[in-house]
Design a protein around this ligand. Structure first.
Ligand code: ATP
Ligand code: MG
Length: 324
């Protein structure tokens, strides 16, 4: 073992008193270095950055580093751990064109995952056209915060959700640029009191390849992405562009979902918006076409479990569980 690995393995034994787990168990030692004065430099993540906690951890680490290992000193930068479950998987729902059904797919996928026994959180990150509250019938909901500035997500049918819509006055659009946008994403990813049981986060992105997609890497490094398109030539064309842009931003695109693929009447399929746009996007990006969803009456956004689009969503959810 090299010097750094030895230091890390020893420090990993220290207990974080705020959660009674060792730093190793929580993978809390984020950086180990040695400076020019032979002092150990560390970045350590803690659940709570309270002075009595960081003091105790510093004392325990100093004992190991100075007394046991013989270094001249130790410098520790403490960072606060994200509130949410670290093992949770994140799926970004993206598109090229707007209005292709990202939000509809996100909500139905959340229901399908829930029906399969998974606990799901939705982050409505569509800063210009947030409509998750509308889909969930929760436009009147008021975000509650605690004294530490954390917010509680909205919850319905065992699904938790936060939306940019909750950050603005009714009937107003949220207008954000870089730094503010980062703050909103930070609020949703790091300062929301998500249930620790959540296993899957679904992020409804704005259409195209704007700031949100660019920023997302800072908040969920290992998120996967699906791209929603309709079969239309023009939608597919822009979806391919979005897919390439996502890949350029080193997003891991795992598949394509074709929405509004066909309209079914008495077992007959009508391809109202053309055919195979989704396949074209999937082929071009060398990923799987994960599902083809029919056109359904718009008064029923959330599909029933045992009827047709609902069954497709269940299969889609199973595939996504396997891939993630
Ligand atoms: N399979 C479908 N059949 C019929 N209508 C649908 C279907 N999917 C979505 N819609 C309807 O199309 C409209 C756009 O869908 P949705 O809001 O989900 O798209 P979006 O990609 O999230 O849009 P935006 O880019 O504005 O966020 C909505 O009115 C929705 O109810
Ligand atoms: Mg939307």
């Amino acid at each position: 073992m090299d010097e750094i690995s030895i230091i890390k393995s020893r420090i990993n034994e220290v207990t974080d008193p705020s959660c009674n787990q060792t730093l190793g168990e929580n993978n809390s030692v984020k950086h180990v270095g040695i400076d020019e004065n032979n002092a150990v430099v560390l970045i350590v993540e803690v659940a709570e950055k309270e002075a009595n906690i960081t003091k105790q951890i510093t004392r325990d680490i100093a004992k190991i580093v100075k007394l046991d290992l013989g270094y001249s000193g130790v410098k520790i930068e403490f960072t606060k751990r994200k509130v949410r479950n670290k093992a949770a998987k994140t799926l970004l729902i993206a598109s090229g064109k707007g209005g292709v059904g990202k939000s509809t797919v996100t909500a139905n996928l959340a229901y399908a995952l829930t029906r399969l026994g998974k606990r799901v959180g939705i982050i409505d990150a569509d800063i210009y056209g947030a409509n998750m509250p509308k889909i969930f019938g929760a436009t009147d909901h008021k975000l509650l915060g605690n004294e530490n500035g954390k917010i509680y997500p909205f919850e319905k049918d065992n699904i938790q959700m936060v939306s940019t819509e909750y950050l603005v006055e009714e009937k107003r659009a949220l207008m954000l640029r870089g730094p503010m946008l980062g703050k909103v994403l930070k609020l949703f990813f790091q300062e929301t009191l998500w249930s620790e049981e959540i296993e899957y986060f679904l992020v409804d992105l704005p259409p195209g390849t704007g700031d949100v997609m660019m920023d997302m890497k800072n908040f969920s490094e290992d998120a996967k992405m699906v791209i929603v398109t309709t079969p239309q030539e023009s939608a597919a064309h822009i979806a391919i562009k979005a897919g390439y842009a996502a890949k350029d931003l080193s997003h891991d695109v795992i598949g394509v979902i074709e929405n509004m693929s066909y309209y079914e009447v008495n077992g007959e399929f009508h391809y109202i918006f053309g055919k195979d746009g989704g396949k074209k996007v999937a082929d071009e990006l060398s990923v799987e076409l994960l599902a083809k969803l029919p056109i359904t009456p718009s008064d029923k956004i959330i599909c029933a479990e045992n009827e047709m689009p609902g069954i497709i969503y269940l299969n889609l959810a199973k595939k996504i569980i396997d891939i993630l």
